[in-house]
Design a protein around this ligand. Structure first.
Ligand code: NIG
Ligand code: FE
Length: 401
């Protein structure tokens, strides 16, 4: 039963530009859903009479928003890195730990050793916590295999998540996350492996290809080779860009018309303008700055450049073991200079755009009926009460979870 009439909504965030303001808020609103898709949205008093037969859900005067879209996660992994987290709190740097064979490489070791079922079970628990926090679409990357068999294993797990859980999962191939230890003396051989055999095996399981293009990872030239090879196999590009230093990765992302460039801590104004012209979305990851105790990228500057802004958790065992999009919205509003309205828009409509999904992130006729009902009268409560569990109910494709 995925038809539903949601009524008695206090403030309804539609993200419909036709309704005024950035968020197109409708007061005292209602939403009619037929077969998992939105049929009608508006003030409850204007409801067309013909929804009398639908199952009814009383929002109790609370705020309702589009389901959150989390467009950057590494949620399939084995083990955890709490020991490394404690070492960082004592002063060691992420780069030092990675250069010494820890960091991402220790998760690679654990993920190679884990069975597909073990990875699936751990990831399932993370996805359920995300759903409980209102995420209804999530992107998931490979990248802790760094060999053909394990990258494929990770993407099979991603496919099982999509099949078995009430969430839409977008798979991304990240074979070029870091250089695996066994290729330290011959990086070119690894890039060739990614561009050839690995993409042949993993490409059919993925929608996007991502590369960590940065000082401690892959060069801009290597990134270009990999993303061009992926494009030949029909994968669109995303880039971990200029997180640790300004290497020109955001610029490259724009040059390749990538769907997104993510992180962007060191991107310049000129990089942002190039991204805007190319339609490349800026995915900001405030939970990384929070968890790594690093300065936050200036979200205000990014928004004001005119580029489309998205927000994501970056859920991963190293730099941000964070699963909650409301928490990310709060961090963006409190620490990155976005207004609460901008942060909510970025976590819904902006994030959907970064995944090239035009059918969600807004509540308009024919959109996927993914809704979050808050335990609060307006969306402002998300940053205002950053530790509160404000998600009262989640509707996924018209089904109340
Ligand atoms: O997005 N920057 C590279 N990749 C992840 C971190 C992955 C890890 O440390 O395990 C990120 O921050
Ligand atoms: Fe990441």
């Amino acid at each position: 039963m995925n038809s539903l009439f949601v009524f008695n909504i206090g403030a309804l965030v539609t993200n419909d530009p036709g309704r005024g303001g950035l968020l197109g808020v409708v007061q005292e609103g209602a939403v009619a859903i037929i077969d998992g898709v939105i049929d009608w949205v508006g003030p409850e008093a204007d409801t067309p009479a013909d929804y009398g037969d639908l199952l009814r859900l009383d929002a109790g005067g609370a705020a309702v928003l589009p389901g959150f879209v989390d467009p950057h996660t590494h949620l399939v992994f084995a083990g955890d890195r709490s020991d490394e987290f404690a070492r960082r709190l004592r002063g060691e740097s992420y780069e030092e730990i990675l250069a010494a064979g820890g960091g991402i490489l220790s998760t690679v070791e654990a993920t190679r050793s884990a069975s597909e079922d073990e990875l699936y079970e751990a990831a399932t628990e993370r996805v359920w916590r995300m759903l409980a926090n209102g995420t209804t679409t999530v992107e998931v990357k490979s990248g802790y295999g760094l060999d053909v068999a394990t990258e494929e294993k990770m993407l099979r797990v991603v496919a099982r998540l999509e099949e078995s859980l009430p969430i839409d999962v977008v798979p991304t191939f990240l074979g070029a996350h870091v250089l695996p230890a066994e290729y330290r003396e011959d990086r070119n051989a690894y890039v060739e492996l990614v561009c050839g055999e690995m993409l042949d095996a993993c490409g059919p399981l993925a929608r996007f290809c991502d590369v960590f293009s940065d000082e401690a990872a892959f060069t801009v030239d290597e990134t270009r080779r990999i993303l061009e090879a992926a494009k030949e196999r029909g994968l669109d590009a995303r880039v971990h860009a200029d997180q640790l230093g300004r290497v020109g990765a955001a610029h490259l992302a724009a040059d390749l018309s990538a769907a997104s460039a993510d992180h962007l801590d060191h991107a310049t104004d000129e990089d942002l303008l190039t991204m805007r012209a190319a339609g490349t979305v800026a995915v900001l990851l405030p939970a990384v700055s929070f968890s790594m105790r690093l300065p936050y990228p200036d979200g205000r500057r990014v928004w004001d450049s005119g580029v489309t802004v998205a927000l994501a958790t970056d859920c991963n065992p190293g730099t941000a073991y964070v699963e909650s999009m409301p928490f990310v919205v709060a961090l963006a509003a409190l620490n990155m200079g976005l207004t609460p309205d901008e942060a909510v828009w970025a976590a819904t409509r902006g994030s959907a755009r970064s995944l090239k999904l035009d059918d969600r992130g807004h509540l308009v006729r024919d959109a996927v009926a993914d809704l979050v009902i808050l335990d609060a009268p307006t969306h402002l409560h998300i940053p205002y009460r950053p530790d509160a569990d404000l998600v009262a109910a989640v509707v996924k494709s018209g089904v109340v979870l």
